[in-house]
Design a binder for this molecule. Structure first.
Ligand code: HEC
Length: 133
């Protein structure tokens, strides 16, 4: 008789567990698609500050998506290269750092506006977000 009671208890527990596991599995499936972009969603956090710097200091010419193009800045027509393609892919990080720090050919220098760390992070942002490296 005792064994029967145990069996009942175990049965009840497993039924309970089964009943509970069902909504759980559902939650997991629901989270599935939401969870998969989350590594990408964690990028905006990693680069959030730098993206804001880019938006504020660079996007006027380079565009928020870094495709560049012909821009009129302060009444001057500027041909801004894409940071996604062309030469930008072949240039080294040091070239980028130099260009951002010292400017040139229509681009202002940022050495007094940004710290070397911020400039470094901008290069990471360009490589990562715009060039997928
Ligand atoms: C006033 C417009 C302007 C602003 C603002 C500007 N750029 Fe530029 N940028 C240019 C132009 C024009 C060039 C092309 C210079 C050349 O021909 O050498 C350039 C070139 C570059 C390059 C080199 C691309 C290559 O092909 O190697 C990088 C990297 C770059 N900019 C990043 C930035 C970043 C980061 C910022 C913000 C901190 C910024 N730029 C702000 C106009 C601008």
């Amino acid at each position: 008789m005792k064994a029967f009671t145990y069996t009942l208890i175990i049965l009840a527990i497993s039924l309970f567990a089964f009943a509970c596991s069902k909504p759980n599995t559902e939650t997991i499936t629901h989270n599935g698609p939401a969870a998969s972009p989350s590594p990408a969603a964690s990028m905006p956090d990693e680069f959030a500050a730098t993206r804001a710097i880019f938006k504020k200091n660079c996007s006027e010419c380079h565009g928020e998506d870094a495709t560049g193009g012909t821009k009129t800045v302060d009444g001057k027509k500027l041909k801004v290269p894409s940071l996604r393609a062309g030469h930008a892919l072949g240039h080294f990080d040091e070239d980028f750092i130099k260009q951002i720090t010292k400017g040139g050919d229509g681009m202002p220098a940022f050495k007094d506006k940004l710290t070397p760390e911020q400039i470094n992070e901008l290069v990471h942002l360009i490589r990562h977000e715009f060039q997928g490296k």
